[in-house]
Design a protein around this ligand. Structure first.
Ligand code: F0G
Length: 484
């Protein structure tokens, strides 16, 4: 096993006073080893498990009630108060206020979406879409990146790296280009990244390393390279990333007037989001700031179904932290040996070996969670419904809506439940998938979607092709308007 410790010589003077109020702790209850907040470890040195950022809440000033967050912020002149991450600083207090880095992340929307609710099978008013596409780099990743980047700056990192299916890399590249504080080094698999995302990394000036293979290969390599060269790693093995991602749920609660929904539904790839949501709710509940925890549904693409397989089919559980590594490692080895690669049109979640697997099991336990898998056909139909009834999203985000619909049909979600589907990324991240679905160009459909088992675009909105003739154009508009 590769041990990843940030080399001493690459750490600069810590910009803030380090106290023991915030620290890092191994997630394995039998270990629980702690580390100082200014250290950089991607796993526990004693037992190899992931770390959490943890706090001595008794010694911290926490809000008495969540409604305290209502008095401020968007009008404040202080960029950190306006940040949708740092305005909840007291719930992720690992750095001092002067150390916080922001590029304007987290100004996102909780959209009520009745037409999507109808599609899913929920009552009017029952479905909200948490739209994360309004982040500066167009996906939820900026929430976590604000926190990881802050930590990287705290420890004096000069270079930061990630492997990515495209959004983490776009986010890291954006933080580096806006702040000019670090160089971004990104690892991507060949042909495995949507062009919208690749164009961001290139335009923001990231050092882009494309390797033969997929995300799982790139992830393995970037860990090795980061360890060897002392580069700060910002993938979600980094516990600070997950601190920032907790704020997605804080904003959901705030959008609902601090009422807890019945369900939060989220796509699962590397399982950072689901893990961080579980941590957010655990902490809010322990602090007495919410009185119940919502249920969590994590949605895998059928072509990248590790969590579904191990959780639903094999029945693997967190079991209070009695971590069973053998079935997981065995399954990963089996996937590698059989050459079975993740394959889905939702390239953002095309991942076979999620790094946050155990943290996600813990979140599922805390949130009485379920895992569901959806086909690429279901993902694209769900995405088209989001587009027609909301701000649109990239394919991976369509998985939340497709998953909610399936769980509704299975009777797991009730028609009267209050459900929040997280839309993780902007529609324009992957225009090829959207155009292939709608346009009616058979060659494009077959190349991008047909090879993934998508048979038809049920909700296609075709362009109407007309000669450049006024009468024919008017006629076409009239007849199409009537048809709709
Ligand atoms: N949705 C989008 C749009 C994503 O980009 C990702 C992950 C996920 C969902 C899955 O989230 O990993 O927290 O379960 N994208 C990573 C990347 C892997 O490299 O951009 P998760």
């Amino acid at each position: 096993m590769i041990k990843l410790i940030f080399p001493e010589e690459a750490r600069g003077a810590c910009a803030v006073a380090v106290t023991d109020i915030a620290f890092q702790r191994c997630i394995a209850p039998h270990c629980g080893r702690t580390y100082a907040i200014d250290e950089v470890h991607l796993r526990c040195e004693s037992c190899g498990h992931l770390l959490d950022v943890d706090y001595d809440w008794d010694r911290l000033k926490v809000p008495q009630s969540l409604s305290e967050f209502d008095q401020s912020q968007r009008s404040s002149a202080d960029a950190r108060q306006r940040s949708g991450v740092w305005r909840y600083h007291s719930l992720l207090p690992f750095a001092s206020p002067e150390a916080l880095v922001t590029i304007g992340e987290g100004h996102t929307l909780l959209q009520p979406a009745d037409s999507v609710a109808r599609y899913v099978g929920l009552q009017a008013g029952g479905l909200h879409l948490q739209y994360e596409g309004m982040n500066p780099s167009g996906s939820f990743k900026d929430n976590g990146m604000a926190a990881a980047f802050t930590h990287a700056a705290m420890v004096g990192a000069k270079r930061a790296a990630c492997a990515s299916t495209g959004n983490t890399s776009a986010s890291l590249a954006a933080f580096c280009s806006v702040t000019q504080q670090m160089q971004a080094i990104i690892f991507i698999g060949s042909g495995k990244i949507a062009f919208g995302k690749l164009s961001q990394a290139l335009d923001y000036g990231a050092l882009t390393v494309q390797i033969e293979g997929d995300f799982d290969d790139a992830m393995r390599r970037v860990r090795e390279v980061a360890g060897k060269l002392g580069i700060y790693l910002v993938n979600s093995v980094n516990p600070f990333r997950l601190e920032g991602q907790k704020t997605v749920m804080f904003r959901v609660l705030q959008g609902l007037g601090w009422e807890v929904p019945d369900w939060v539904v989220v796509p699962g790839g590397n399982l950072g989001n689901s893990s961080s949501f579980g941590k957010a709710f655990t902490e809010l509940h322990a602090l007495g700031l919410i009185d119940r925890i919502p249920r969590l549904a994590v949605i895998n693409a059928a072509g990248a179904r590790t969590l579904y397989h191990l959780y639903e089919a094999q029945g693997l559980r967190w079991n209070g932290g009695t971590i069973q590594s053998d079935p997981v490692e065995g399954y990963f080895t089996q996937l590698d040996e059989s050459g079975k690669r993740a394959d889905t049109v939702a390239t953002a979640i095309e991942i076979n070996q999620p790094v946050n697997f155990y943290k996600c099991l813990r979140a599922l336990e805390v949130c009485d969670g379920v895992v569901c898998e959806v086909t690429d056909q279901e993902i694209l139909d769900g995405k088209a419904q989001v587009g027609a009834g909301g701000l649109g999203c990239e394919p991976a985000s369509g998985a939340s809506v497709a998953g909610a619909k399936k769980l509704r049909e299975q009777g797991v979600i009730a028609p009267s439940d209050r459900v929040v589907c997280v839309l993780t990324g902007h529609l324009l991240k992957d225009p090829d998938a959207t155009v292939a679905y709608h346009a009616g160009d058979q060659e494009m459909f077959d190349r991008i979607l047909g090879s993934r088992g998508v048979e038809r675009a049920r909700f296609a909105n075709r362009a109407v092709v007309v000669p450049n003739d006024l009468d024919r154009i008017v006629e076409a508009i009239e007849s199409e308007s009537q048809r709709n």
